[in-house]
Design a protein around this ligand. Structure first.
Ligand code: NDP
Ligand code: GDR
Length: 324
């Protein structure tokens, strides 16, 4: 145990945190997960590895808790995945989103600077920073033009990471990850909302799916593939920023078509447009150029869009059948 490399993951109870914890355990790491206090247990995504990781309370809103956590756990690597991550919510809670998703990054970076500036740091940056279409495909050099309080907060988180790298020589890297999904995706995100509805409709539990903008285009990959890129960034001699994406873009409509089609249903008979799911400002088209990650890190996505959709529909069908 003493010789194991130790990593701290914030956001371990989230989609990416659970896949990253699995990945790091498989690499032989000792994994510490920072969890925030809640009135009910929310270990759904990590219950299968709960005995293999150490869970410790802390909150990105509370720098003292982070300093104490770092002092006690002394990790070699910190993966900062915690955030208010739902774009739609960021209009309703813009200040909270800024506190967590933007200033939370500074709290963590500053805690590292105070406790041990040699700790390597990964920041979960996002393709939402590109926002309005300025260049296609988007790459590391594409100017940011965020379109939501979430996107604005992520731009802050990205630049403060660059700033701590340049100011203090810290090994701080920012992964600009495009949308990545999985059966563990939260039910409010469009992909999981669709695959869950497909399963419910197929099993006779529902008869419609209410959605917003069907024409938005996203570069969707599989979360299990993307966590490897996070780890690879922290294994490099030099810290840097990397776009992580598949290079393919698909519309929400196309996602519906494939997901419903997988169970022999016609999406147009079930999908109902609902204004409540339209956004005040939309990100119309995201497609990433991950050449730098592919050449420097040797990373590439392994799961096709079709396989991802099928995996998610099958998982939701199995889940619902299991619940019955
Ligand atoms: P999730 O929403 O699934 O998980 C977010 C995690 O952050 C949860 O574990 C949540 O804890 C935790 N968290 C939220 N607020 C705090 C806080 N104040 N203190 C401590 N923990 C907190 O997100 P994903 O796993 O999908 O994404 C991981 C990161 O990657 C996020 O930063 C997201 O913005 C970013 N990202 C995600 C992309 C994607 O497509 N998934 C693409 C690009 C970037 P709890 O369970 O208690 O709520
Ligand atoms: P996104 O993901 O905003 O890209 O952020 P989301 O799945 O929420 O939306 C994708 C696109 O689908 C459109 N859409 C709907 N979205 C939701 N959630 N619900 C609907 O009913 C609906 N109808 C249409 C949206 O308008 C949008 O265009 C995700 C998050 O994981 C972020 O944390 C991350 O940074 C980015 O991906 C990259």
């Amino acid at each position: 145990m003493a010789n194991k490399k130790r990593a701290l993951i914030t956001g371990i109870t989230g989609q990416d945190g659970s896949y990253l914890a699995e990945f790091l355990l498989a690499q032989g790491y000792e994994v510490i997960g920072m969890i925030r206090r809640s009135s009910t247990v929310n270990f759904e995504r990590i219950k299968h590895i709960q005995d293999d990781v150490t869970l410790t309370t802390g909150d990105l809103l509370d720098e003292v808790s982070i300093i104490n956590l770092l002092r006690e756990s002394r990790p070699a690597e910190v993966y900062n995945l915690a955030a208010q991550s739902f774009v739609q919510t960021s209009w309703g809670q813009p200040v909270f989103t800024g506190e967590t998703t933007a200033l939370g990054v500074t709290r963590m970076l500053d805690a590292i600077r105070i406790v041990d500036p040699d700790i390597r740091f990964y920041q979960a940056s996002s393709s939402e920073m590109f926002g309005k279409v300025v260049e296609v495909p988007q790459r590391e050099t594409t100017p940011f033009y965020p379109r939501s309080p979430y996107g604005v907060a992520k731009v802050y988180g990205h630049w403060i990471t660059v700033n701590y790298r340049e100011s203090y020589g810290m090994h701080a890297s920012s992964g600009i990850l495009f949308n990545h999904e999985s059966p563990r995706r939260g039910l409010e995100f469009v992909t999981r909302k669709i695959t869950n509805a497909v399963a419910r409709i197929k099993l006779g539990l529902d008869n419609e799916l209410r959605l917003g903008n069907l024409e938005a285009q996203r570069d969707w990959g599989f979360a299990g593939d993307y966590v490897k890129a996070m780890w690879l960034m922290l294994q490099q001699d030099q810290p840097d920023d990397f776009v992580v994406s598949t290079g393919q873009t698909q519309s929400v409509r196309r996602f519906c078509e494939l997901a419903f089609g997988h169970v022999d249903l016609d999406y147009s008979k079930y999908v109902v447009l609902d204004e409540r799911f339209m956004r005040p400002a939309e990100v119309d088209l995201l497609v990433g150029d991950s050449t730098k990650a592919r050449t420097t890190l040797g990373w590439e996505p392994e799961t096709s869009f079709e396989k991802l959709v099928t995996m998610m529909v099958e998982a939701d069908l199995a889940l619902l059948k299991g619940q019955r």
